[in-house]
Design a protein around this ligand. Structure first.
Ligand SMILES: [Zn+2]
Length: 55
């Protein structure tokens, strides 16, 4: 999950939803504050967390 800094506030966005925001990211110059693998985080768009299990 990446934390994006956007004009309307910080948003957590998963990699699967990121392409849907590509245009907005470019237009509004969003930038990634940092990336974190934390199961409790929820994507602002799909409301899901990082489901990948890393071992
Ligand atoms: Zn998502």
């Amino acid at each position: 999950m990446k934390l994006w800094v956007t004009p309307s506030g910080d948003k957590w966005l998963c990699d699967e939803c990121q392409p849907e925001f590509d245009e907005q990211i470019k237009q509004e110059s969003w930038r990634v504050a940092f990336e974190k693998f934390e199961p409790m985080l929820r994507c602002v768009h799909c409301k899901h967390g990082d489901v990948e299990i890393l071992d």
